[in-house]
Write a protein that binds this ligand. Structure first.
Ligand SMILES: Cc1cc2nc3c(=O)[nH]c(=O)nc-3n(C[C@H](O)[C@H](O)[C@H](O)COP(=O)(O)O)c2cc1C
Length: 177
């Protein structure tokens, strides 16, 4: 796939096959995350790879029953948990670049996974405290998000997006093409 095909193919996938992910593929998606840009190149991100069933179940338990992503964590071979160190980024004029940096690295991982034929689904709605406890995450580290990583057992149509004219201004705010 070329880059745009990867971007077009990515979906949030919540149902997975009971099929292991090759080690090389895991290492490849992590390497793609490692190469992401960051505020002052501080690379605030850390990833926890959770493969054991009890660990995945504990992560699922950190989510509300109503979260559609919950079931994906139980049935997938790997959950990647995205952590970040506030001490390795900055809030500048009220903008939290730690969250931006961590998100960039995770999206690199997500797109690399798509390119490898693997499914993912960003998960942001969970109890950070529960995840912190189950994975021994220290107090000075934030748990930002997580994603299942595996072979998807479903195909999904693209979700709608805003029209280009709604999101792009030319020249100045409100400027038309
Ligand atoms: C920061 C972030 C947090 C998200 N959290 C959740 C979540 O907790 N549960 C879930 O099922 N999907 C979650 N999603 C997935 C979005 O619902 C999904 O990206 C959006 O509906 C667009 O669908 P698509 O990813 O298939 O294009 C999250 C996405 C992002 C970027």
């Amino acid at each position: 796939m070329n880059f745009f095909e990867v971007v077009q193919a990515r979906r949030s996938l919540r149902s997975y096959l009971d099929k292991p992910v090759e080690r090389e593929k895991l290492e490849h998606v992590l390497e793609s995350a490692r190469l992401a840009p960051s505020w002052k190149n501080l690379q605030c991100w850390r990833f926890i790879i959770v493969e054991d069933a009890a660990g995945r179940e504990a992560l699922a338990d950190s989510m509300e029953e109503t979260n559609p992503g919950r079931k994906a964590l139980m049935g997938v071979p790997i959950v990647v948990v995205l952590c970040a160190l506030p001490s390795e980024s900055e809030v500048w004029e009220g903008k939290d670049f730690m969250m931006l940096d961590a998100g960039l690295a995770m999206e690199h991982l997500v797109l690399a996974a798509t390119d490898q034929g693997l499914g993912t689904c960003w998960q942001g709605l969970f109890s950070e405290e529960k995840v912190r406890k189950s994975l021994n995450v220290p107090d000075n580290v934030r748990v930002v998000a997580m994603t299942p990583l595996g072979y998807a057992a479903e195909e999904r149509r693209p979700r709608p997006r805003k029209a280009m004219a709604e999101i792009v201004h030319y020249g100045k705010w409100g400027g038309l093409a």
